[in-house]
Structure formats: C-alpha cells, structure tokens
Design a protein around this ligand. Structure first.
Ligand code: NAD
Ligand code: UDX
Length: 467
C-alpha cells in the first residue's frame, strides 16, 4: 500500500511543522493540512514567511521549499479527507473546562468531531492516524465512531504520538530520538503500520522507528511527558532547599547529571514548567489513574503539578517580600512571556501566573518578549478571569523595546530564557532603574557576577544566599 495523499486535520504547533517536514522529505506525497480556523490557514499561506502562525527556528525555509509543490494549507476539510489515503488527526486535546472530569480529563470533543467528519466523507478505505496526545484507549472510541457512522468503508487506526518540543521542533522532526507507531496486530493493522513506517523511513533510520500495540503507544506519550515534567519538578523542589542552605542548584544539577543513570538533560531549575502539554497530560494521567481506582498512582503524579504551582507562586511571593512587602504602584519589568525560548507559544507560561499574582498586589507590570504579540499577552491575562480586561490593560503594559520596559522599574523578572537578554547593556539598564535595583532571574540565565558588580541586587532560582 503506497501512500500518495495525506491529509492532516489541525494546522497548529504540531500539525503545521510535522506536515511541513513530511512534505519536504517525501516530495512524491501530496500533503494537505486543513483547519477550521481560517485566519490560521491564511497565515500559513502568507507570502511573508514572518507571518507564519507558528514561530520555530528553520520552519520558514522548509515551508518555502514545499508549499505549493506538495504542501498545501486549506480550510476545505471534506475535500482533503476525501482525497487522502492517510488522515492524521492533530487537533487540540485541552483539559476539560466543564462537566465530569472538569480541570483534569482531556476534552475529546474535537477528536470526536474529526472522527465523525471522516466517517461521513470517506468513500474509500482509509488509515486514520492519531497524532494528537490522547488518553489510553481512545483509538477504540474512534474506531467505534468510524465503524458505526461511516459509509461501510474500512478504517485502520494508528497511534503515532508526536514527541517534538517547541523551539526545537524542526530539529526534533528531522532527527527524532524515535518515531513511535502503534497499530492493530491483525494483518490489515500490520499493513497500515508498514504504510506509515515507509513514510518515516524516507529520512528516519529504521532502528529508530518503533512499532507497538495501540495502547502502549497511546500510554507512552503520556508517560514520556509525565517523566520529563517530573524531572523539572524534582529539580525545582531541590532549588528550594538550595536557597535555604547555600547550595547552588546549577552545581547540584551538574553533579547529579554526570551520573549516567540520571543524565544531564531536563535538570534546569526554573520559575516552573509551562507549555500546552506537561500540565494537561499529567492531569489526564491522574484522571485515568483515578478512574481505575488507582488513587496512590494518581496522588504520586499530581504532586508534580502541585510542586510546579508552588514554584510559580513562590517566585512572585519572593518579589513582593524582597521589595519590602509591597509592590503596590511599583513597576516590575518582565523579560519574556513565552513558556520557553525560541517559540511564540504562551500556553501555561509561568509568566502568566506570576503576572497575575503581582497584579493582585497592585503592581504595574511591563512586558517585553521578542516573539509574543501584545494581543496574545492580554488574551492570556483575560482568560484567567481574575479582573476586568480594562484593569489588565491599565496595570499591564507591553512594549517592543526592552530598555523602555526596564526604565524606572523597581525590579526586573526574567521569565523566559531568551538568549538576547544576555547581550543587553546592563549598565545602561541599571542607571535607568529605581534604586535599589533588583533582578529576579527565574531562569538562572544572567551573569550574576556582572550584574552584582554593576550594583544590582540579584536573585536567582536555586542559588543560596547563605555562604
Ligand atoms: P493547536 O491548538 O496549536 O492546534 C490544533 C488545531 O486544530 C487548531 O488550529 C484548531 O483550530 C484545529 N481544529 C480543532 N478542531 C478541528 C476540526 N474539527 N477540524 C479542523 N481543525 C480543527 O494544538 P497543538 O499544540 O498543535 O497540539 C495538537 C495535539 O498535539 C494535542 O493533542 C497536543 O497535546 C499534541 N502535542 C502537542 C505538542 C506541542 O508541543 N504543542 C507536542 C506533542 C504533542
Ligand atoms: C514537551 C516535551 O518535551 C515534548 O517531547 C512533547 O512532545 C511536548 O511537551 P514542550 O512543552 O514544547 O515539549 O517543551 P519542553 O522543552 O519540554 O519544556 C517544557 C517546559 O519545561 C518549559 O516551560 C521549559 O522551560 C521547562 N523546563 C524544561 C525547565 O524548566 N527545565 C528543564 O530542564 C527543561
């Protein structure tokens, strides 16, 4: 079975980059990415590559190469489904905000809508690939809908979770640690698995393409994110002890990371992990565990989230406490709003919670981020529903000049580890701030010796003040 046409439903942070790379590496396959969000599709089609809806280093040149050749972005979902041999579902699966499982379970309404639309449109056999992150056993629900509402054609469901991280998506897609494909163990299932393996084999070494049963594949994605997030919460928990004892988390991370059983990655203490995946996927895992009555398992993983909430709150608490227990009317400059560097994504960014806490204390927050747009920052604040949007706009200002943002500030908070922050003229920034001038480095990014020599009072996550 040779795939000649692929459709991907969902042109977001996963669908867009993933399909761009497939199209680049498989010039003989026509790849159409569809979305109901017209403005997003227009942005993917924009002649100005700076206007692509997803900022990822290296993505613009791949889109430039493949778009219009064998990569297409469209709002015509039905036509793309009808034409395709293989359909990827890459829609959002956010945490439910209503009903049973509110605040925990994954909201699968977008997935179900896709399944129903595929069933309605498909007039020939299709392979349906779960690219979205889904609770274990979702494939059986999708199969049920497809088989009971379709036109009598046959569907094979594969699970092919995506492991890319934002900010490094292109590199992760070009050189993945592994590609995971779960499928049915029947002969048809194995043929479907082979069809997807053949696509990835165009650029991924065969030994990195792992095939499993569907349930292992679905559960592996949740497990990977839980393990990664758990490492961040573990190191953040140790950062609190460092601050109390005079140890330095950077030194502790290095010391433990050199143990080959632990490894050096994902041991950076921070103001707390963000992003659209970690919190959502762990909550989902907790919900699944609870639904099987596995309360101890649920409590174990929930702690990762609780520690992360604590890390964000204690960062803002520390700012208030250090600024003599009041930030009312004081300007606090935020460097960074994205949840990590090299992305314009702000979902669950620690900056949002820290800003909210400081606005509750009547601080004036000024924000600079090199890639996040002003309207996104206000949308993030309004989404919390903590105060009227007029008040958010009065208390929080966004500026495209970092020096203006820091001018007259009592303190600077570093929320994202953008490289450019290290290239700033810190002497100049110091001279234009209120004194004493504080820096709260939530990413351990800046050169503390340089800053302290200039005169800043510098606080870094995980650096003890006792010597
Ligand atoms: P996203 O919100 O950026 O994109 C999802 C897109 O799907 C949106 O543009 C939305 O309009 C579209 N959509 C929703 N319902 C639709 C429908 N019925 N028809 C057509 N389009 C529809 O989400 P994302 O970050 O790309 O994540 C997608 C999935 O991939 C999620 O399950 C997520 O957990 C998973 N994932 C995300 C990442 C990441 O880094 N963002 C990494 C790995 C896996
Ligand atoms: C994550 C997974 O890494 C990826 O495999 C999955 O497909 C999607 O979820 P992403 O959320 O895009 O990717 O970025 P990631 O690099 O994992 O960072 C997540 C958060 O953890 C960020 O806020 C980051 O700043 C934080 N982090 C990461 C730390 O605070 N310390 C670290 O050592 C690593």
């Amino acid at each position: 079975m040779k795939t000649t046409k692929i459709c991907c439903i969902g042109a977001g942070y996963v669908g867009g980059p993933t399909m761009a790379v497939i199209a680049q590496k498989c010039p003989n396959i026509k790849v159409t990415v569809v979305d109901i969000n017209e403005s997003r599709i227009n942005a993917w089609n924009d002649a100005d590559l700076n206007k692509l809806p997803v900022f990822e280093p290296g993505l613009d040149s791949i889109v430039k190469e493949a778009r219009g050749r064998n990569l297409f972005f469209s709002t015509d979902v039905d036509t793309a489904i009808d034409e395709a041999d293989m359909i990827f579902i890459s829609v959002n699966t956010p945490t439910k905000t209503y009903g049973k499982g509110k605040g925990m379970a994954a909201d699968l309404k977008y997935i179900e809508l896709c399944a129903r639309q595929i069933a309605k449109v498909a007039k020939e056999n299709k392979i349906v690939v779960e690219k979205s992150t889904l609770p274990v056993r979702t494939a059986s629900a999708i199969k049920n809908i497809l088989d009971h509402t379709g036109n009598g054609v046959k569907f094979q469901i594969l699970s092919n979770p995506e492991f890319l991280a934002e900010g490094t998506a292109v590199q992760d897609l070009l050189k993945p640690d592994r590609v995971l494909i779960g499928g049915d163990t029947s002969e048809e299932g194995e043929q479907a698995i082979k069809a997807l393996v053949d696509i990835y084999a165009n650029w991924v070494p065969k030994d990195k393409i792992l095939t499993t049963n569907v349930w292992s594949s679905e559960l592996s994605k949740l497990t990977a994110n839980a393990f990664l997030a758990q490492r961040v919460s573990s190191i953040n928990a140790m950062s609190v002890i460092c601050e109390k004892t005079g140890a330095d988390i950077k030194e502790v991370s290095k010391a433990i990371g050199m143990d080959s059983r632990i490894g050096p990655k994902f041991l950076k203490a921070s103001v707390g992990f963000g992003g659209s995946c970690f919190q959502k996927d762990i909550l989902n895992l907790v919900y699944i565990a609870k639904s099987y009555g596995l309360n101890e398992v649920a409590d174990y993983w929930e702690q990762v989230i609780l520690m992360n909430d604590h890390q964000k709150n204690r960062f803002s608490d520390n700012i208030v406490r250090t600024l003599y227990n009041t930030v009312s009317g004081k300007k606090i400059a935020f460097l960074g709003w994205a949840f990590k560097k090299d992305t314009n994504d702000t979902r669950e960014s620690a900056a949002i919670k820290v800003a909210d806490n400081l606005l509750n204390e009547q601080a004036h927050v000024a924000v600079y981020d090199p890639k996040v747009k002003e309207e996104q920052i206000y949308a993030d604040m309004d989404y919390l529903n903590s105060r009227h949007s007029v008040e958010n706009r009065a208390l929080l200002k966004v500026n495209s000049d970092p020096y203006e943002v820091c001018k007259d500030a009592h303190a600077i908070a570093v929320l994202t580890e953008w490289d450019e922050f290290n290239t700033y003229d810190w002497q100049n920034i110091y001279e234009n701030m209120q004194k004493p001038a504080f820096v709260f480095d939530g990413r351990g990014l800046l050169n503390h010796k340089e800053l302290e020599e200039i005169g800043f009072i510098y606080y870094k996550i995980g650096r003890g003040t006792k010597v």
